[in-house]
Write a protein that binds this ligand. Structure first.
Ligand code: GCO
Ligand code: MG
Length: 402
């Protein structure tokens, strides 16, 4: 069997997605998600102009060889564009292998290690009451874990508080929207959210929170301490993680579990965080961290160091990524939790899929391969539109992490 055709499909059924489809000479096709939110066309070009010409005629079963050929062969290692492109090829190859062997991808990764993949939903609100109402709605829908984000008094717009409570994630078409930030106001308010949440929801629902890279280590340590009475499942992205040893400071002050890594694209981004046991959950995801081949390597390193997985699963990655993440989460031993934001109906129609939500868990389904398709005719009805993520400024106008 040989790779005979490769195609990059760019569409925007609600938001932009870049999808790679590889097809073999005997007609089996596999999909990979190559979406890099806000910089989509860079990956499309990397694939079209540089990677696809290298794949023609290759044996799609040689996944490990092709991964290293693309990684080492580029000379320029790591980086979100390179790793998203390699990841898309990798996932498409796993999809092809599953279909060729007539088995779901999770069977190729070691088999089903649990009944389903525990997910968390996103409860957002302009104020604490609205967030708690959204959380109650998720619990009613059967979710067994919920992330809470709320508006902060004095800040007109902050991360995590968006349009609609099921489909959150902002983008803007012309120039990025600008949000505002005050660490003082935030640190003062968030403990109130979780105090009220525990009063309203009790202690049986795991609760999560995302600080979206806005704090310094000592500020994060303080927040972690203040949140300890409320038993968070995790505090996410408390600080930007380029400086991995920054987490030593947080770790030495608080027992609140820490998660980080949605922007990581390589095992080298988290090697120290994992081997020094500075975090509890690694959030690297299939699409951005070099595909299933590389993410499994990260998970195995993490398993040795008591770190569990908690893959990023935003709506700005397509159902192809979510499906891959579910096969991974079903099979990997040290799975922790999977993020789950619902895609729009248009997105679900463009990417018909076998995965399904039931009673707080997602299951990838038992179709051979990933169990997800792309309807290219329908995709063409949703053309790409340039879109930006927001940027963030402190109250004095200084640019801050978004
Ligand atoms: C999350 C993330 C997202 C990101 C988004 C950027 O925890 O789901 O922080 O909300 O902001 O994926 O593209
Ligand atoms: Mg996050």
């Amino acid at each position: 069997m040989r790779i005979a055709d490769a195609e990059v499909i760019v569409c925007s059924p609600g938001r932009n997605f870049v999808t790679l489809r590889l097809t073999t000479d005997d007609g089996i096709s596999g999909l990979g998600d190559a979406t890099l939110n806000g910089r989509e066309l860079a990956v499309a070009s990397y694939l079209n102009d540089h990677v696809l010409p290298l794949l023609d005629g290759r044996d799609p079963f040689l996944i490990e060889d092709i991964w290293h050929f693309l990684y080492k062969g580029a000379y320029w290692r790591r980086g979100p564009v390179t790793m998203a492109a390699i990841g898309a090829v990798d996932v498409a190859l796993w999809d092809i292998k599953g279909k060729a062997l007539d088995t779901p991808v999770y069977n190729l990764l070691g088999g089903q290690a649990r009944e389903g993949v525990l997910v968390y939903g996103h409860a957002n609100g302009l104020d604490i009451d609205a967030t708690l109402q959204a959380a109650a709605r998720y619990v009613d829908m059967g979710y067994r874990a919920v992330r809470l984000q709320t508006g902060i008094p004095g800040l007109p717009a902050v991360y995590g508080v968006g349009r609609g409570d099921l489909f959150y994630e902002p983008t803007s078409q012309d120039m990025p929207d600008e949000e505002s930030w005050s660490t003082e106001a935030y640190l003062h308010h968030v403990p109130k959210l979780f105090a009220q949440a525990r009063d309203a929801l009790g202690y049986n629902v795991p609760l999560l929170h995302d600080a979206h890279h806005r704090l310094t280590p000592i500020e994060a340590a303080r927040l972690g301490q203040r949140l300890e009475p409320y038993d968070l499942f995790w505090l996410e992205d408390a600080v930007p993680a380029e400086l991995q040893e920054g987490f030593r400071i947080i770790r030495s002050h608080t027992t609140t579990p820490l998660a980080v890594g949605e922007v990581f694209n390589s095992i080298h981004d988290c090697q120290q965080l994992i081997t020094e046991q500075l975090i509890d959950f690694i959030r690297a995801t299939v699409a951005h961290a070099g595909g299933l081949t590389h993410l499994v390597r990260i998970a195995h390193l993490a398993e040795l160091h008591h770190v569990r997985t908690g893959c990023h699963g935003p709506v700005d990655l397509s159902p192809v990524n979510l499906a891959a993440s579910l096969h991974f989460g079903l099979a990997v031993h040290n799975f922790g939790i999977q993020e789950y934001m619902r895609h729009t109906e248009d997105t679900d129609r463009v990417f018909p899929h076998a995965y399904a939500f039931d009673d707080g868990y997602l299951h990838p389904g038992d179709r051979p391969g990933l169990g997800v398709d792309v309807d290219t005719e329908l995709a063409a009805a949703f053309p790409y539109r340039r879109a930006y993520l927001p940027v963030n400024r402190k109250l004095d106008g200084t640019v801050h992490s978004w």
